[in-house]
Design a protein around this ligand. Structure first.
Ligand SMILES: Nc1ncnc2c1ncn2[C@@H]1O[C@H](COP(=O)(O)OP(=O)(O)O)[C@@H](O)[C@H]1O
Ligand SMILES: [Mg+2]
Length: 356
């Protein structure tokens, strides 16, 4: 099935014809227009994002500690003593840069997902580099977050290699419009970021099933390390994941946002981070452009009352099937008054989800 997609997406003119959005258009027409600048700090710092996600009732990976001063760097070993696996990341990093994943440690040696071991000094050097801003937005000084290692759900066995897969959902005006699962590979070193070499699998918004897959922007049919057929991927808890993603609108007030979610073996769906400038490769992984969906939602917004979280998710589930986007939005009955709008559902958006 995936193979039949490939022939369609070979030339730039064809990509344009299916509504692929470019960088300038994203920056000007969507990020510039829908993301107010003063809200960026909520998502440009992973520590703040954790706080707002938790306040909204969403689960997040546990924070072991924060290192913000050079003289505290050697304390890392004491900090992680009782945590078998952990991740060190820059609070203001992106694209997987500067993330060190440690799966276990013993006698002063720290094991990476590949099995390679590094000494204490290398872990400390890594933190020093994070503090110096080597991996962070604008190269500014940063702090290092130390998080518990997520144990991902067994359903992804064979789909991800030596790393936690994550689910990226683009949420526009509170509507999930496109999704992709990112799978770690030997190349990506325990991180599920496309620029690090992860595989991106376009996911059908209507049912959580794989549509097509790419690695380094080239079509992929099997996981490069495990050989697992990628079209078999189906993400469980799909509606719940969409609800958490959609609630990023209430959490942040950002109109155009990329929500990164993970599925923990025991704790279920979690918010890993939120992005105010989500990348565009999700379109290649899906084999369809974002523009038709963004325009669809813009038209819908212009002609109907604000919708609740549940209504928005239900709308996306029924209108964004496969690579299809209906050209005219359907006006759902105006059940919700302004009361149900963004502001009021802020507090309990995710809590409501959890009871289900
Ligand atoms: N706590 C964690 N446990 C396991 N893997 C993690 C953890 N945090 C991040 N990762 C891995 O690193 C990737 C990137 O993490 P993320 O927090 O989204 O940072 P970035 O902004 O660099 O994308 C994730 O997709 C995941 O594969
Ligand atoms: Mg990310």
């Amino acid at each position: 099935m995936i193979a039949s997609w490939l022939s369609k997406f070979t030339s730039p003119s064809k990509l344009k014809a299916i509504g692929i959005m470019g960088m300038n258009q994203r920056n000007i027409s969507y990020i510039g227009r829908y993301n107010r600048r003063h809200l960026f700090p909520l998502v440009d710092n992973k520590l703040k994002t954790k706080q707002i996600a938790q306040a909204a009732g969403a689960a997040v990976p546990e924070l072991i500690g924060v290192i913000s001063e050079q003289h505290n760097v050697p304390f890392i070993h004491e900090m992680v003593k009782k945590w078998p696996g952990f991740v060190i990341k820059p609070a203001q990093g992106s694209g997987g840069k500067g993330i060190l994943v440690i799966t276990s440690h013993k006698n002063g040696l720290y094991k990476k997902p590949s099995g390679a071991e590094i000494p204490k000094s290398e872990v400390e050097r890594h933190i020093t580099n994070i503090l110096a801003g080597l991996f962070s937005l604008g190269g500014k000084n940063d702090v290092a977050l130390v998080e518990n290692l997520i144990q991902f759900d067994n359903v992804f066995d064979g789909f991800s290699f030596e790393g936690v897969p994550d689910i990226r959902v683009i949420v526009f005006q509170g509507y999930p419009v496109m999704a992709m699962m990112r799978l770690s590979t030997a190349a990506s070193d325990g991180k599920a970021n496309l620029h690090q070499g992860a595989v991106g699998v376009g996911i059908d918004i209507s049912n959580g099933k794989a549509l097509r897959a790419v690695q380094f922007n080239l079509p992929a049919q099997q996981h490069p390390d495990t050989g697992r057929a990628l079209h078999e991927l189906r993400v469980p808890h799909w509606e719940e994941l969409l609800r958490i993603a959609a609630s990023a609108w209430e959490m942040t007030g950002l109109g155009y946002v990329g929500a990164d979610l993970v599925l923990d073996k025991d704790k279920g769906p979690m918010v890993l981070e939120l992005n105010a400038r989500p990348g565009l490769a999700i379109q290649i992984a899906n084999g369809c452009g974002l523009l038709p969906r963004l325009r669809h939602i813009e038209k819908k917004h212009a002609s109907s009352a604000p919708a609740s979280l549940e209504e928005r998710v239900a709308y996306s589930l029924t209108h964004f099937k496969g690579t299809h986007t209906p050209s005219h939005p359907q006006n759902s009955p105006q059940i919700n008054s302004q009361k149900n709008s963004q502001k009021n559902s802020q507090k309990n958006a995710v809590k409501k989800t959890k009871k289900k």
